[in-house]
Design a protein around this ligand. Structure first.
Ligand code: AQP
Length: 331
């Protein structure tokens, strides 16, 4: 930590279909984090992609899509370290070392694995089961102090904290126990069609998932057909998940709180409210889509940015790995 600024680390999976939940829960926090962190480190976690069936050529493309989305959203490689996970091999090496202090039972308790595999658990790749250890390595190898993520990652961050504590107890004080950082509003954006479920890349409805790269027409259609309820009141409440979700989305888009939105739309029907939410989302995402169109075609520039970031990341990660190896009795 320099000048009291924390080391911030977060990663995002490479898909071209980043959605509003990813944008609000994670990407927006990265952009604000880059001036708060020293360093702020963000990576496209391509190693995580192999936990589900994938195509290698497609993966390369999706990494560039995701990198372009993050740059378009405002990540500035001069103000943060931005790279591709697989370029820094210390992540995979660290994962193995951390296995020594991660039990099978720890991983067996991860609800995301259970939710994602359901009854097909026996067929799931061991990489999917093991994913939380790689995620712990991602953060711990930089001695990250803050991990900005959405609510769905809470359990994984709790596990990485436990892994760091156990490592330190077993081998001596080496790793930093990181803190979970959730956005104040929007830590869990819900599917617009099924507001009891989170907006999701794999588990959501296409109509209920607003993509960062959706055009204005698509955004208006999706927000306009969002599920609300039979009432008229624009009020956040547990029995009004659809309306609550839209309030949160508009609060984020406007940079205000729930209360301000409730006050402004008190007595206004859902139709006008939804139109305002659609306006807010269009204003939030349109500039990102426009910049993406400029950035994405220049693959050489994207590759150069990621390569430069990987060099900076490796310089930090290699020091931690050397300390870990020393502590564990290797070499
Ligand atoms: N609905 C959400 N609300 C708020 N934050 C969210 N995040 C994901 N969904 C929501 C946060 O986005 C970051 C990146 O997630 P990822 O790398 O796991 O990306 P993904 O796998 O493409 O996104 P999903 O939708 O989370 O995939 P599924 O559901 O298919 O596994 C993380 O910080 C996450 O918390």
């Amino acid at each position: 930590m320099a000048d009291g600024k924390p080391i911030i680390f977060s990663g995002i999976q490479p898909t071209g279909a980043k959605h509003l939940g990813n944008f609000i829960g994670a990407i927006r926090q990265y952009v604000t984090g880059q001036d708060r962190g020293d360093p702020a480190i963000f990576c496209v976690v391509d190693l995580h992609s192999i936990s589900v069936p994938y195509d290698p050529e497609d993966l390369r493309e999706r990494v560039l899509d995701t990198a372009a989305i993050l740059l378009a959203a405002g990540l500035d490689p001069e103000r943060c370290i931005f790279f591709r996970q697989a370029d820094v091999r210390e992540h995979t090496e660290m994962t193995w070392y951390l296995s020594a202090v991660t039990s099978h039972g720890d991983l067996d308790r991860m609800t995301q694995f259970k939710e994602k595999t359901g009854s097909a658990r026996e067929l799931a790749s061991s990489a999917l089961f093991y994913y939380p250890v790689l995620m712990a390595a991602d953060v711990l190898v930089y001695r990250g102090q803050e991990v900005p993520v959405g609510e769905d990652q809470r359990q994984h961050v709790e596990l990485m904290r436990e892994i760091a504590r156990r490592f330190n107890a077993r081998f001596g004080e080496t790793l930093v126990v990181p803190e979970l950082v959730l956005p104040k509003v929007g830590a869990r954006i819900m599917d617009l069609q099924e507001p009891e479920r989170k907006m999701s890349t794999t588990g959501g409805t296409p109509q209920g998932t607003v993509l960062v790269l959706d055009d204005e027409k698509a955004i208006r259609k999706k927000v306009g057909s969002a599920v609300t309820d039979s009432g008229r009141e624009v009020r956040a409440a547990p029995d009004k998940p659809g309306v609550t979700n839209l309030i949160d989305i508009l609060a984020v888009a406007r940079g205000t709180g729930r209360e301000e939105i409730e006050r402004e739309f008190d007595g206004v029907g859902y139709g006008d409210f939804k139109a305002a939410v659609a306006d807010g989302v269009v204003e939030l995402l349109a500039p990102v889509r426009e910049r993406y169109e400029e950035i994405r075609p220049d693959e050489a520039a994207l590759e150069a940015t990621l390569a430069a970031g990987a060099e900076k990341a490796r310089a930090i990660a290699s020091v931690t790995v050397a300390d870990v190896r020393e502590r564990m009795g290797f070499g």
